[in-house]
Design a binder for this molecule. Sequence first.
Ligand SMILES: [Zn+2]
Length: 396
Amino acid sequence: MTETVFTQARLPDGQLVDITVREGRIAAIETAGASPVAGGVDLGGALVVPGFVEGHIHLDTSFYGDAWVPHRPCTNGFDVQERVTFQAENMAKAAPMAERAANQLDLCIAKGSTSMRSHVMVDGSVGLASLETILAVREAYRDRIDIQLVAFPQSGILKSPGTPELLDAAIGLGADLVGGLDPGSFDRDVTAHLNVVFGTAEKHGVDIDIHLHDAGTLGAFTIEEICARTVALGMQGHVAVSHAYGLGDLPPDAARKIADLIALSGVAIMTNAPGTHNFPPVALLRHAGVTVFSGSDNIRDSWWPYGDGDMLRRAEIIGYRSGFYRDDELAAAFDVVTSAGAKALRLEGYGLAVGARADFVTLEAEHVPQAVVAVPPNRRVFKGGRLVAENGKVLR
Ligand SMILES: [Zn+2]
């Protein structure tokens, strides 16, 4: 039986403890020095937090580690269809996908992510080829990070012939969730689009994570439709809407009303608080009981050049853009990238508790609120109690 005791760990509540890890799980948490320890790992009073949850990323389309690709703006304002076209042109010239995905995974693991949800293109243009590649990469990284894969119809479902069948096949191949993309503005038929998404999920018993960039009332209408289907199928807790920009466009009364509906429906909302978009009101949603989680989304890809794979920095960005100043607000931003993310992804055994999986990160910070604003760089990342990254480098 493998057992390691991590001594002098400071928990988010300030307690100094020794953490015993057995077979990859936390077996005991005791006041530091309460029991004699021989040959433990001294964490030196560092703040210990659960591994970050990277809840939305695209492992197949990033150029991270490859040649720099200058951003091409849309010709007439943000246009998803035009961005998809640019992406196809860029991908044709990119380094092999497995290499780029591994670069991005190393980046995320080094920053402290121990669980991840990645969307992978599945549509008429790429078929199942991207998914096959990323499934192999996932296997190669299984000891360092847990990865959920979403079959993502980047070219639409109705507009890209054969996509409903491909989504079905993708789940059979190993994708964990079925995705969707702007049922209204992209496919121009909310009902038919959601019939495929929810039909595939129901057939295979898998969860759903839908990209929804649509603004204002179209976005809100689509969310209402998603909530209604979620409840009708008893899928509360199994459905997420990513981006949901439209929630950021609504007046407060309308936002509160739909927030109550989203909470009742158990639909999670993913936001990465992107620079130029209105984005969901994080505090209002959390207050209503909605699970809000986050992710890097795009890193060095055809959509934008930003991103460093650091979910702690993402918490800072969410807090900064949300106007969070108080300690409880900063802690809320941290919760979005940790516990709320684990809830949205339905991660088993998450957190710093006896019985939980020993996935944790050490931070040189006083406490969580300070970590969110300081984003300290020197971290140690443990997966199942094993050191997988230190000082920004993944260990091999
Ligand atoms: Zn995305």
